[in-house]
Design a protein around this ligand. Sequence first.
Ligand SMILES: Nc1ncnc2c1ncn2[C@@H]1O[C@H](COP(=O)(O)OP(=O)(O)OP(=O)(O)O)[C@@H](O)[C@H]1O
Length: 744
Amino acid sequence: MQAHTLSSTVGTRRYLSCHDGGGGGAGGGGHKDTPLLHILRFPSAFLGDSLSMASIGYPTRRRRTATNNTNATPPPRPSSSNSKSLSKSSPVAAAASSSTSSPQSDDDQEGQSKGLGPRRLWKRFWKVAAPYWRSEDKTQARLQLAAVFALTLGTTGISVGFNFLGRDFYNALANKDAEQFTKQLLYYLGAFAFGIPFFVLRDYARETLSLRWRSWMTKYYMERYLKDRTFYKIQSQSIIDNPDQRIVDDLSSFTGTALSFSLTFFNAAVDLISFSNILYGIYPPLFVVLLVYSIGGTAISVLLGKGLASLNFLQEKKEADFRYGLVRVRENAESIAFYGGEENELHLLLQRFSSAFENLTQLLISSRNLEFFTSGYRYLIQILPAAVVAPMYFSGKIEFGVINQSVSAFNHILGDFSLIVYQFQAISAFSAVIDRLGEFDDILDRSTSKYPDDSTQHIHLICCNVCPGFEGNGPVTMHKFQKLLHIENLTLQTPTSKTTLIKELSLQINCNDSLLVTGPSGCGKTSFLRAIAGLWNSGSGTITFYVHDVEFTQSLISKDVTSLEVNTAISNLRELEETPSQIPRGVFFLPQRPYMNLGTLREQLLYPTWVEGATPDSSGNSSTGMPQFLVQTPISGDGSKRSRMPSTDDLVKVLEDVRLDYLLARFNSLDLTYEWSSVLSLGEQQRLAFARLLLSKPKLALLDESTSALDEDNEGSFCTSLLKLLASTYVSNWSSANPYFNHP
Ligand SMILES: Nc1ncnc2c1ncn2[C@@H]1O[C@H](COP(=O)(O)OP(=O)(O)OP(=O)(O)O)[C@@H](O)[C@H]1O
């Protein structure tokens, strides 16, 4: 396919009719070579007299459809078979297909969950648990853990003490020795007063450590989730289900359960050593009975409860799906109300709830069957030790108190040996949590790889920190030559179905250029911007930004310099960053759907260039006792280089510029929080988004039909103000039906 050049000049009206023909050609089959997507370059204003246009390719699938003389259809959503074939090449997709994702069937997930053997489970547990104990908080964490273990040891010692006190207490009771009884009673009460605080403090220390661990992990996971646009990849490719639930619920139960299990196992080991001595000393055959009983019990409970882990895994997912359904109703309340879609929503929600209900019913049945066994197992031990040692008591070999002591020791040791029986439900629920978090962790790790589809074919995105284009030694005016964006041989494909949207496009955008991309719905206009933003990289070619060092460029623009001077000045700054993980500085994207964050009007305006009130407290430890690691650090790492935050006056001025000053009167302040996407009209939200652009003063702005909800007056005024106010460069997408272009 040839590289297209920006050449043919057409008037607006002519351009539209040509374009209409192109749209028809896609479906009609008669205009195979009619471009579907057009790029228009125009010098200083959106409505210039002459426009230059170039085609940038044909969606391959559409062309094939046209040949078949059927209606063009958009590429289908990735089916499960698609994801399977992808898994061979894409680590992220491989992680997805080897595990769970929203579109995957529950059977797939069940199979995957059942296949997780103890070794893999342990590996996943270790991978998820270990980072905190090696983190910057490790000293504090290890000290607290040591304290928890020390307190646990203390409580075991106290339990052994209680065991002996109990023996003497019941001996005094059986011997009807009132004086000894009173003495033992006082000892007992004293031991309670001394011992109980150990138990309470152990639990408190464990909970505090668990909270600290959870806080660290929450930040660790959120940072990775929001880094390198992982959240976007996960969502747009449906890689796993409910990442939010994994961050909120799974992390909380992981840290809490991991700590309590470690302590339970530690406690069991210490208990076992302490009480085995006692029990063996009383009557060795009792010890053998205990061993047979506990090993047999464990084997039977593993057999009865083997399906619980996968049922728990599915339950977590189904509950999260149901909750997500409710959140969507809340978020889209107005659209649903307009459609009158309550019936459908209720049907969908009930479907999700029924699915959770059915799985929970299965879970309850499995638990009930297990419970039949564990209850019997638990009640039998109340009489078993007494039945074994009773003949010794009757023959006078042991005192009555020893029966009580052996029952207590037996209970302790059996509890230690029977951890799996007693904790089977908790262990299976915990293994589901480990599985879900491990899977999430793998995906977060893999998504940091620059080209997750592992192919040599990908679009190179380069951020260049210099202003190239100076030739010769004569005086030059910098801005005339400033190249901002250079696209070379860009071929773009959709990430999953690999449909080609653009073929071998080359173009260059200089300072003060403006570029308009038009085409029918679904032909790839937004995808073109996605490629420029680095969100999609399937295909080939190179996209280079030259706008990174805005301040440096500005300082040179202000004076006439020779290219030699410039080149000398910039030689030290020359720096290429391949595949930047963030939108390069000086570049501003306005997406098709305006996004209002959860904050005040001020925060809406400052978004995303500045973060209101996010200046880290240098000491780290705030008055609320928040640990140092919870203080926000910029993910992009360039927070310190942001330009001065606009003052309130600047914000008021920009609200006037976008004709939203009446919002101040309506809401009385810039600092009140509302659900902005509900209280502002779509056009108002688009104007607010425009205000962000004006405040941020980018060198290059990329707009994706971002004024589609505005009236013509506002739309025209904004386009002009963009050029006047900022003297910037724009790339914009418009659907061919945009009424703005119907005007002569
Ligand atoms: N995540 C995705 N995976 C696969 N294909 C996708 C994905 N997102 C969009 N597509 C497909 O890519 C094609 C181009 O989509 P794009 O959003 O770029 O269209 P557009 O020209 O901007 O349309 P519109 O004018 O309606 O906004 C469409 O056929 C769309 O269905």
